[in-house]
Structure formats: structure tokens, C-alpha cells
Design a protein around this ligand. Structure first.
Ligand code: CP
Ligand code: NVA
Length: 323
């Protein structure tokens, strides 16, 4: 390829980045979930699905991960492709190589990049300079892949009409809360968040989501009010990765926000409980609820692998090539 051709390619190509839920419209979000449900059936039936043969994804992870890492890796291997896992400490990034150089170099080797890091601006900068799709595998602000497996789990249990459900978020106004807020806005379902004072979701994200929403996104203080009649109850750790120093203070401030049997009694009779995991039993959720009949967390964790297949297939344009 000549330099001129390469420049033309760079100017015209727009990679399928997925950095926040708001990057995609409702149809696209639902299409990914539908596809994941189909691929789950496909996998359960033992049918081969290897559209990624000859492709390699890179995964730059700056924070620990069990589910996101392994489910992306398994998804890619099952699809016939390869994975290059790159703890960020092992890259020249750690010695000051700019993100824009890293993105352009990796674009020459790889077909897609999954990134777990701190600031959202890091994935944005990588995407700005990358010719290959950049997928946000969690930042301090968003966890957009996780939310798709969570909504997939809700749809499997409650059916596709989310607009009639009461969905509650109980706990920290964190990255997961932000992705739920954006999903509620895009997909038009009502969401009630109960967060302690001082731990609200980002005001800008909330306001923007509300401006575009067709159903109410409520922020309240009382966890009982959020749980009352809820069909879906979500929670997450009180101290996210990077907030370890705040753990003790947060435990004090969040105790009333524990998802326990008493709170669950207020919910709808067939309510389900979601937690993206890892869970801290005795803090944001009790052992009894996590291991109880309303908990769907293991299925939710499994669904990450199916949704990641759908995301990778879309991001790398593999379905078109399938014909
Ligand atoms: N839910 C989730 O993202 O888990 P990991 O941190 O283990 O990837
Ligand atoms: N809010 C949590 C989610 C972990 C998957 C964190 O960022 O640590």
C-alpha cells in the first residue's frame, strides 16, 4: 500500500469504538443484546462460530479483572481468534510513551483494542488515534460492556419490554451507575437510583441522560423507596478500584444501602438481583441475598462472554464478512 493510499484509508475509515453507552443508539444496543442471546443459544447447542480466524485483539489492562479479561479472552478464542494481553506496566506507556503513539503502533498489529484504565480521557485519546476499534473494558466513569450483559440478563428474565419495569440502583453513583443512567436514557426505561449524599452520580452525565430520556431517571436518598415494588435491584461495591483508601469511610456512609433480605422484601415478588461482581458479602450485599433465589449474578457473569462475542463481531465487522 502506498503512503497516499494509507492516508486515504485513515481519513475515510471510522472504527467502531465503544467507549460509553451513549456512543450507540437504541437499535444498535438492542441488536448487540439480541445477537448475544442468539450466540448464547448457539454456544449451548455446541455449534461452531469462528468468524475471527486470523484476527488478534489486544487488551491493555491497568486495573485487575477476572470477568472482563477472561470473558473477552474466551470469547475471542472461541471465535477462532487470538488475544494479546498487555498489563499496562509492561508497555512503554509506563516509561512515558504517549498514548497517541501507542494507539497508532498497535493499530498496525491488531484488529481491536480492549482497554481497562482509570480516566475516561485515556480511552478517548486512544480511540482518537486508533485505526482499530477501541472498546472500554471499564474506566472510573463508565463500564459500557458490563451494562449490556446486565440488560441481557434482565431481558432473559423479564422479557424485552423494559419500559414497564421498575429498575433500581442502590449504592454508589459510580461507573456502573453512569452506564445504567445512559442505558435508561437510550433504551427508555425508568431508573431509580438511591445513593447516599456525597456519592451521587456525575451531574453532567445525569443531566445529559435526562435531556434525552423518555422515562424518568430519579435520584433519591432512601434505598427502601428505590426497592419498593422494584422488578430489578442492582448494586455494586462501595469502594471501586482506585478508591481503596476511602474504604472505611465509605463503609460507614453506605451501611443503610446494603441489599439484604429486609430490603428485598419490599421489591416485587419476582424481583431479580444483579451485581456485576466482585461482591463484598456483608457490605453492599448479604450472603443470603447473593446466594438466594432472586440472585442472577452467575448468569449475569456468564452473559459477559456472550455479549463480548457480539461486541467483537460488530466492532471488527465480522458479520458482514460472514455474508
Ligand atoms: N464485572 C467485572 O467487570 O468484573 P471484573 O472486574 O472481574 O472484570
Ligand atoms: N465499580 C466497580 C466495578 C467493578 C467491575 C469498580 O470500578 O471497581
Amino acid at each position: 500500500m502506498t503512503m497516499k493510499n494509507h492516508l486515504n484509508k485513515k481519513q475515510t475509515r471510522k472504527a467502531n469504538h465503544y467507549l460509553t453507552v451513549s456512543d450507540l443508539d437504541a437499535d444498535m444496543l438492542l441488536a448487540l443484546i439480541d445477537r448475544a442471546i442468539q450466540l448464547k443459544r448457539h454456544a449451548r447447542a455446541g455449534l461452531p462460530f469462528r468468524p475471527a480466524t486470523g484476527r488478534t485483539i489486544g487488551m491493555i489492562f491497568e486495573k485487575p479483572s477476572t470477568r472482563t479479561r477472561i470473558s473477552f479472552e474466551s470469547a475471542m478464542y472461541q471465535m477462532g481468534g487470538n488475544v494479546s494481553f498487555m498489563p499496562s506496566r509492561d508497555l512503554q506507556l509506563k516509561r512515558g510513551e504517549p498514548l497517541k503513539d501507542t494507539a497508532r503502533v498497535l493499530s498496525r498489529y491488531l484488529d481491536c483494542l480492549v482497554v481497562r484504565t482509570y480516566g475516561q480521557e485515556i480511552v478517548e485519546e486512544l480511540a482518537r488515534w486508533s485505526d482499530i476499534p477501541v472498546i472500554n473494558g471499564l474506566t472510573d466513569q463508565h463500564h459500557p460492556c458490563q451494562i449490556l450483559s446486565d440488560i441481557m440478563t434482565v431481558i432473559e428474565h423479564k422479557g424485552p419490554d423494559l419500559s414497564g419495569l421498575k429498575i433500581a440502583w442502590i449504592g454508589d453513583g459510580n461507573n456502573m451507575a453512569h452506564s445504567w443512567i445512559q442505558a435508561a436514557s437510550r433504551l427508555g426505561f425508568p431508573l431509580t437510583l438511591a445513593c447516599p449524599a456525597g456519592y451521587d452520580p456525575d451531574e453532567g452525565i445525569l443531566e445529559e441522560a435526562r435531556r434525552q430520556a423518555s422515562a424518568p431517571i430519579l435520584l433519591i436518598r432512601d434505598p427502601s423507596e428505590a426497592a419498593d415494588g422494584a422488578d430489578v435491584i442492582n448494586t455494586d461495591v462501595w469502594a471501586s478500584m482506585g478508591q481503596e483508601k476511602e474504604t472505611m469511610e465509605r463503609k460507614r456512609r453506605f451501611m443503610k444501602y446494603q441489599v439484604n433480605s429486609e430490603l428485598l422484601r419490599l421489591a416485587a415478588p419476582e424481583a431479580i438481583v444483579l451485581h456485576c461482581l466482585p461482591a463484598h458479602r456483608g457490605e453492599e450485599i448479604t450472603e443470603e441475598v447473593l446466594e438466594g433465589p432472586r440472585s442472577v449474578v452467575w448468569e449475569q457473569a456468564e452473559n459477559k462472554m456472550h455479549i463480548h462475542k457480539a461486541i467483537l463481531e460488530w466492532a471488527m465487522g465480522l458479520r458482514q464478512e460472514e455474508g
